[in-house]
Design a protein around this ligand. Structure first.
Ligand code: AP5
Length: 231
C-alpha cells in the first residue's frame, strides 16, 4: 500500500506510522525525521534549515520535494508500499508529488487524514520525548519509557524536541491551518481521503485501519468501515 499521513502536529502520525510499518511491512518516509537527521549531522542543508524547523516554519517546497523525489525514485520497493509522513504539506508539494508519482507509475492508495483536537495536541507534544538514537516516540504520561529518559527499544537517550514548547506548537498549528489543512480537500477531490479520529489510542486506530485495509484489499475511495469514514 502507498499511504499519505495527513494531520496537525501531534496527531500521532509518526506513532501510527511505526505501528503500520510493522503490520503492513512498508517503508516509513518522514520528512521531519530526514530534516532532523540533516540538522543533527550539521550538513550544509541541516545548517540552512535549522532556524526554520526550530521556529515551527516550513522548509521551502523545492527542498523537501527534492528529498522525497530522491527517496521515491531510489525506493525499489515502491510497488510494495510506503507511508509518507509530513509530506505533502502545501498544495504545491501535493501537485509536485502527483507529478513524481505519475512519472514512476506508483499512485498513492490512501490519504489518511488524522483529525485531532487542540487540547490533545498540546498535551501530546509538550509531553513527547524522542530517542536520539532510533527516533522512537515516547510520552511522559501516555507512553512512558520503562526507565526514565531511556529508550525501551535501543537504550538510547530520550530528548525533548526544541519545537515542542507551547509557543512553537501554536505557531506550528497556525502554519498547519494555513498551509496544510487545505490539501485535505485536494485528496477529497481525488476520492483518496480516509478520515480517522486521531484522539483515539494509536493501537486501537491501527487495528481499525488494518481491518479496513483487509476488508477492502486496499482502502481507496470505497465507503468507510465501522468507525472509519472514507470521503
Ligand atoms: P514533523 O516532524 O513532520 O512534525 P509535525 O508534523 O509537526 O508532527 P509531529 O512529529 O510533531 O507529530 P506527529 O503527528 O508525528 O505525532 P507523534 O506520533 O510524534 O515536522 C517538523 C518540522 O520539519 C516542521 O515544522 C517543518 O519545519 C519541517 N518539515 C517537515 N516536513 C516538511 C514539509 N513537507 N515541508 C516543509 N517543511 C517540513 O506523537 C506525538 C506525541 O503524542 C508522542 O509523545 C506520542 O507518544 C503521543 N501519541 C501519539 N499518538 C497518540 C495516541 N493515539 N494516544 C496517546 N498518545 C499518543
Amino acid at each position: 500500500m502507498r499511504i499519505i499521513l495527513l494531520g496537525p502536529p501531534g496527531a500521532g502520525k509518526g506513532t501510527l506510522a511505526k505501528l503500520l510499518k510493522e503490520a503492513l511491512n512498508i517503508a516509513h518516509i518522514s520528512t521531519g525525521d530526514i530534516l532532523r537527521e540533516e540538522m543533527k549531522n550539521q550538513t550544509p542543508l541541516g545548517m540552512e534549515i535549522k532556524k526554520l524547523v526550530e521556529s515551527g516554519a516550513l522548509v521551502p517546497d523545492e527542498i523537501v520535494t527534492k528529498i522525497i523525489e530522491n527517496k521515491l525514485t531510489a525506493n525499489k520497493n515502491g510497488a510494495q508500499g510506503y507511508m509518507l509522513d509530513g509530506f505533502p504539506r502545501t498544495k504545491v508539494q501535493a501537485e509536485q508529488l502527483d507529478a513524481i508519482l505519475t512519472k514512476i507509475r506508483h499512485p498513492i492508495d490512501v490519504a489518511l487524514y488524522m483529525e485531532a483536537s487542540v487540547p490533545v495536541i498540546i498535551q501530546r507534544l509538550t509531553g513527547r520525548r524522542v530517542c536520539k538514537k532510533c527516533g522512537a516516540p515516547f510520552h511522559i504520561k501516555n507512553r512512558p519509557p520503562k526507565k526514565q529518559d531511556i529508550c525501551d527499544l535501543c537504550g538510547g537517550e530520550l530528548y525533548q524536541r526544541p519545537d515542542d514548547n507551547e509557543e512553537t506548537i501554536r505557531k506550528r498549528m497556525k502554519v498547519y491551518l494555513e498551509s496544510t489543512a487545505p490539501i485535505v480537500d485536494y485528496y477529497h477531490a481525488q476520492r483518496k481521503l480516509v478520515k480517522v479520529d486521531a484522539d483515539k489510542e494509536s493501537e486501537i486506530l491501527k487495528d481499525e485501519l488494518m481491518q479496513l485495509f483487509n476488508d477492502q484489499g486496499k482502502a481507496s475511495h470505497k465507503s468507510g468501515h465501522g468507525p472509519l469514514k472514507s470521503s
